[in-house]
Design a protein around this ligand. Structure first.
Ligand code: WQD
Length: 353
């Protein structure tokens, strides 16, 4: 690790949903955090230096952080950050992530998610920082050949959209990098469906425009921002015909990054390793509607409509490897996910604005 400080973590995309919760956990664990974010998916008031999500993270933790408004494709700006701080490790969240949008503007997705990542890795290499936790996705598995999904399931086959492919390609790049130079230590965390919010209800998911994902959509129906939920298909081979997913509480997910960091800095770790972060439980769309309705005390109006293109029937993981090797497992239940998502949404009906 030479003169680098393993307690200084650079977090790309730290102002976003997953990133901001991970930053909170890192600060609570006593790390110094430097956030790089281009604010493409985060709100910053004109008179403020920092995005609102990070202002709130600082209030919640009573700790401060350093923020740079930088696009990862701006190599010189990124180099300057590495020259100013003794960064010991990078957590790389920054990416565009809307599946549907990625099909309409693939080049923008590839440029942001792949070129941005390559530039980051180049700068890390030049600076001698070779410790990385990468934010990957269950989408790398494509349409499951078996369930529950283990890390040995093939990846890259049947990834139907540029977003999912970009996550898969970056994993492949990282595998090549780690095998070319044994001093790299890389952990790729494959997230299932992150939902919920910090239990304070002060930070949470704040999608721009109409939400694409189920939980934020349901929350907006509950709070009256959307009239009703459209349930995409009830003719899947699942217990009630609607799609089944492995929802994971954002705080469990954020804590998973802390465990990954500990593993990264342990003597026995080297190379590239991927871990599933999920609960291992599958819930259908209607299970989530019911749980959210109970947590919020609001009726969730919905219509059943046709299937959404590219959707799969079921996806849930086996997260034993993360437990065995990282010592991590998800502890929070669907009821906690709904209660916390509702607290965030009802306290902040218009998100961070
Ligand atoms: C969940 C279920 C829909 C919206 C997401 C990301 C993906 C990956 C995993 C990070 C499905 C149904 C949804 C709605 C609905 N995460 N649905 N009405 O598709 O599993 O994928 O999480 O990388 O990249 O996109 O999540 O929340 O969109 O859908 O009926 O308005 O809810 O059909 O069965 P998905 P989702």
């Amino acid at each position: 690790m030479s003169q680098k400080n393993s307690r200084i973590v650079l977090v790309t995309g730290g102002a976003g949903f997953v990133g901001s919760h991970a930053v909170l956990v890192l600060l609570e664990e006593g790390y110094s955090v430097i956030v790089v974010d281009n604010l493409v998916n985060a709100y910053k008031a004109e008179n403020e230096e920092l995005p609102e999500s990070l202002i709130r993270v600082m209030k919640l933790t009573g700790k401060s952080l350093i923020f740079y408004n930088i696009n990862l494709c701006d190599k010189n700006a990124l180099k300057e950050v590495f020259s100013k701080h003794k960064i010991g490790c990078v957590m790389h969240f920054a990416a565009l992530k809307a599946v549907g949008e990625s099909c309409t503007i693939p080049l923008t997705y590839y440029s942001n998610n792949i070129t941005g990542s390559i530039i980051l890795f180049e700068v890390m290499k030049e600076a001698g920082v070779k410790n990385l936790v990468y934010s990957s996705s269950s989408t790398v598995y494509g349409n499951p050949q078996f369930l529950p999904l283990t890390e040995t399931h093939p990846t890259g086959q049947g990834c139907t959209n540029p977003y999912g492919k970009s996550k898969y390609f970056v994993e492949e790049i990282l595998k090549d990098l780690a095998s070319s130079d044994k001093s790299w230590k890389v952990i790729s965390l494959r997230y299932f469906n992150p939902v919920g919010a910090h239990p304070s209800g002060d930070i949470g998911e704040d999608p721009a425009g109409i939400p694409n994902n189920l939980m934020p959509y349901i929350s907006q129906v509950a709070v009256g921002r959307q009239p009703k939920l459209l349930v995409y298909g009830n003719d899947y081979e699942t217990h009630d015909g609607t799609g089944v997913r492995d929802y994971i509480h954002i705080m469990d997910l954020a804590e998973g990054h802390n465990y990954a960091l500990k593993k990264l800095f342990s003597q026995d770790f080297s190379g590239f390793k991927a871990y599933n972060l999920g609960t291992g439980c599958g819930y259908s769309v209607l299970d989530v509607v019911k749980a959210f309705s109970a947590a919020s005390g609001r009726k969730i109006a919905y219509d059943i409509v046709g299937r959404r293109e590219g959707d799969i029937a079921s996806s849930y993981c086996d997260s034993t490897l993360a437990f065995k090797e990282l010592g991590w497992k998800a502890n929070r239940l669907l009821t906690d996910m709904c209660a916390d998502a509702w607290r965030w949404q009802s306290k902040n009906p218009n998100g961070f604005q």
